[in-house]
Design a protein around this ligand. Sequence first.
Ligand SMILES: NC(=O)c1ccc[n+]([C@@H]2O[C@H](COP(=O)([O-])OP(=O)(O)OC[C@H]3O[C@@H](n4cnc5c(N)ncnc54)[C@H](O)[C@@H]3O)[C@@H](O)[C@H]2O)c1
Length: 406
Amino acid sequence: MVNVIGLGYIGLPTALMLASHGVDVVGTDYNIELVKTLNEGHTTFKEKGLDDLFQDALQSGITFSTDYQATDMYIISVPTPYDKFSKKIDASYVIKAVESVLKVATKGAIIVIESTVSPGTMEKFIRPTVLNAGYELGSDIHLVHAPERIIPGNMVYELLHNNRTIGADDEFIGNKVKNIYSSFCQGEITVTDIKTAEMTKVVENTFRAVNIAFANELARICRHDNMDVYEIIKICNMHPRVNILQPGPGVGGHCISVDPWFLVGDYPSLTNVINQSMKTNDTQPDYVLNRIYEIMNENDIKDTKRVGLYGLTYKENVDDMRESPTLQLLESQHKHLASELKVYDPFISSDVVEYQYHDLDEFLKDIDMIVIMVKHDEIKQNLDKIKGKVVLDCHNIINLPDVYHI
Ligand SMILES: NC(=O)c1ccc[n+]([C@@H]2O[C@H](COP(=O)([O-])OP(=O)(O)OC[C@H]3O[C@@H](n4cnc5c(N)ncnc54)[C@H](O)[C@@H]3O)[C@@H](O)[C@H]2O)c1
């Protein structure tokens, strides 16, 4: 039996995928409400294909509990934020989860850490946790790191098709874990050592963060000297060895806006490019805010009450708002001046910010200028409704005359 610990955006789909492919799974989360919701037959977030997968897994016998199970294999998928001051990983959630698992694990159990961790986390935090609890590594307990690459919005497809990495001290144990993931994963699974697996995951997200920062910097240069950044990137990407990502209103989520900081925190004198890239991305919402004021001036819009931000989530077609550019922008404007920017997101039904709307038509009725912060499908399907408004399109998705860009 596999006990999946942490049933959030990553743990839940992983548990469901294993269960629906014949693996005996119990999902554990210490959030009582979350476990109650799952046991009542409901998923806890919106994701394409998740509800069907949930039904398959229920039929295959998955159960959910707040208790840790006595078994020989655990997959831990709990948060790994970074410390805002030191920029280093905050490994406290992973350590606590491992401590709880150790209280019930059977002899010879494998603990797979799926959470993203900085290189050396196993060595610095997890091995000592196991040893301090009186267990011997490599016999009583085996440690494995199996980072996750799926993208919210396409998680179910990517779980099935992405290549994976498994880091283990012992090839035999690495292959045993590979067999479990092979129950559903059709991609290639590479078995390597733990520190390499830790580093690869962080490097992948850092590569994307640096590339986005480069695109954002190009957008600023092009804005400054009146060039079309999208046309320029499109042409550059026709070069066979150039692949620049798109500029945007900033970077959010639990991965690209977090993981590169682990490297800055651990290797401060060696990470100039990464450090500067993260700063560029983090200041992008401020840059958008300045663009809003510029465009308001140009169009004689006197009051931020008449301006609306479309989208609160950190990316399109998901309901995850963690570290989102819109939240960063709102935080920044509150610091500087009293303002009443209006906000709407079709994926957010609860009230999370001031002046928030829950209906697109109502939102549009009360604004003269719309800022596309998130490229949800909904807005692409309702472009006729924004005709006549001043539009700042932060994603270059709207092909209408007179649209402003970042
Ligand atoms: N969300 C993503 O897109 C994504 C993609 C790849 C990797 N990751 C990584 O996966 C990990 C998990 O991220 P997430 O987005 O699923 O987080 P999440 O916050 O959505 O879920 C974490 C869950 O763990 C539970 N939890 C925390 N400590 C626990 C404990 N000791 N015992 C039991 N349950 C516990 C929480 O209640 C929560 O439900 C992170 O390291 C993240 O960086 C996330």
